[in-house]
Design a protein around this ligand. Structure first.
Ligand SMILES: [Zn+2]
Ligand SMILES: [Zn+2]
Length: 473
């Protein structure tokens, strides 16, 4: 372990322009704030760079504040007898999973000049944007140029990735660094090849738990929101996709990280089909500028869910039966050869439902949940039509697109099915231009406010779409 203690580094020496700094070190650390142990360089090299003003050392933890994750909650600090500083040393428990930050540990960042990384960042894409997409794309470009904040509120299936292309190009051509962050690894893995295709000359760093690209200091970074915690004033533009999705919405630490990772006057673009109530409030108060795309790219309205009472379905499942109307609904779509998504509240119920369905449909029925190691394979088999009925928890509420899928929710009154979850679930149907409609059915034992709000939300978007295809808020 490298013994670099904070106490030695209270003063920042001026930058010595004569000093030949290490380009490797520069590339590695620029835009980040790292612990000594995260730097694969010798202590001497690090010290020389500090003494010549090229590396800055900041307190990791001081006065019950963690300068990496922003934690100020006293209960989330602890202390231990530290072998490095020889004292009782306080540390942050909140971000301990990223390596321990204690009172004697410095956070190291680059303070020397920045090298430009100008290359040819042309956009290679000749698709057409819908009217709503075009308006949103113009707003993204404006946010990038004026370094402002913007919420792109785009319904499921609006085609929000294409809306980003122009803005990203504008930023890259200016020599800026751009980061697209999203709470989910699946989305990172989906976006990376897509963006590499349209920005073929641009180096892209792809970061998620366990990824290899950690050292890359690329012009375009695609990362899970968790990874942002290592970055400091790194990105001129940060785009946060699915800003309302767990765990980002739950986690002030990640919001802090996003704010710290962008340059002081950097642009920030939020994308969501279902922005949180807090964010909608900011929009209404004009604190956050927003552009809404209420129409899907194919121009057809979003399928509106219908509600169907299905009695005491939990008790029925306990007796090895599925409510009769749910059973008939599945039978009908199965006979018509349509793929069926059935959402249930939790893993235990999922196992019961799958067990019952397999009595009739054998391995044409399957279940997926967050702890399922075969998740990817099963979704793939569902896409290929080998699995006809896929029972799932909310894990698949976003991102999965299967043409002509029919969508049911069993137990839609459960607390897990919030307005935003139900809107996302309904948004799985009718995405494909060839199959723009779909049956969305919420089976319940007592309607909830969330169910009503979800249906109203969808109707409202369809109404706005009919009025003109886009909307300014
Ligand atoms: Zn911390
Ligand atoms: Zn210590």
């Amino acid at each position: 372990m490298m013994r670099i203690l904070m106490k030695n580094f209270t003063d920042q020496p001026p930058t010595n322009p004569e000093y030949h700094f290490s380009n490797d070190l520069h590339q590695f650390i620029t835009g980040k704030r790292l612990l000594p142990d995260e730097l694969p360089f010798t202590k001497d090299l690090i010290m020389h760079h500090h003494q010549n003003g090229y590396l800055q050392f900041n307190y990791g933890v001081k006065d019950f504040t963690c300068n990496r994750c922003g934690n100020k909650d006293r209960e989330l600090f602890a202390s231990f007898h530290c072998a490095r500083c020889g004292k009782e040393c306080g540390y942050c428990r909140k971000c301990i999973q990223m390596g321990r930050v204690s009172e004697c540990t410095p956070l190291i960042s680059w303070s020397g000049p920045m090298l430009s990384n100008a290359t040819n960042h042309g956009l290679l894409w000749n698709g057409t944007l819908s009217k709503g997409q075009q308006l949103a794309s113009d707003q993204v470009v404006e946010a990038v140029q004026n370094n402002t904040s913007l919420l792109v509120w785009a319904v499921c299936g609006a085609g929000k990735t294409e809306v980003l292309f122009k803005g990203i190009e504008v930023a890259l051509v200016k020599g800026q660094r751009v980061c697209i962050a999203t709470p989910r690894t699946d989305v990172v893995l989906e976006l990376a090849p897509r963006l590499q295709q349209v920005f073929p000359e641009t180096e892209i760093a792809v970061l998620y738990g366990g990824s290899e690209d950690r050292t890359k200091n690329a012009a375009l970074t695609i990362a899970t929101t968790h990874q942002l915690i290592r970055y400091y004033r790194a990105f001129d533009t940060i785009i946060i996709d699915e800003v309302d999705a767990f765990p980002y919405s739950m986690e002030p630490m990640l919001q802090h990280a996003a704010n710290e990772a962008r340059t002081e006057d950097g642009a920030i673009v939020y994308l969501s089909a279902t922005p949180s109530k807090g964010m909608q409030r900011e929009v209404r108060k004009k604190k956050l500028y927003s552009v809404v795309i209420p129409a899907r790219y194919h121009g057809k309205p979003l399928p509106v869910p219908s509600f169907e009472w299905c009695g005491k379905w939990r008790a029925k499942l306990g007796k090895g039966r599925i409510p009769i109307n749910v059973k008939l609904w599945i039978q009908q779509h199965y006979k018509d050869g349509k793929p069926i998504f059935l959402f249930v509240p939790d893993i235990e119920l999922l196992k019961k439902v799958v067990g019952i369905l397999q009595e009739s449909y054998a391995d044409e029925a399957a279940g997926v949940h967050s702890k399922d190691k075969e998740r990817k394979e099963k979704v793939e088999r569902f896409r290929e039509g080998k699995i006809k009925i896929l029972v799932t928890t909310t894990i698949l509420e976003r991102g999965v697109t299967v043409p002509d899928v029919q969508v049911g929710v069993l137990g839609a009154e459960d607390d897990i099915f919030t307005e935003s979850a139900l809107v996302q679930i309904a948004g799985r149907a009718g995405r494909n231009a060839k199959f723009p409609s779909g049956d969305v059915r919420f089976f319940h034992y007592g309607k909830t406010g969330e169910m009503n709000r979800a249906r109203n939300h969808i109707r409202m978007m369809n109404y706005w779409a009919k009025q003109g295809g886009f909307l300014h808020v």
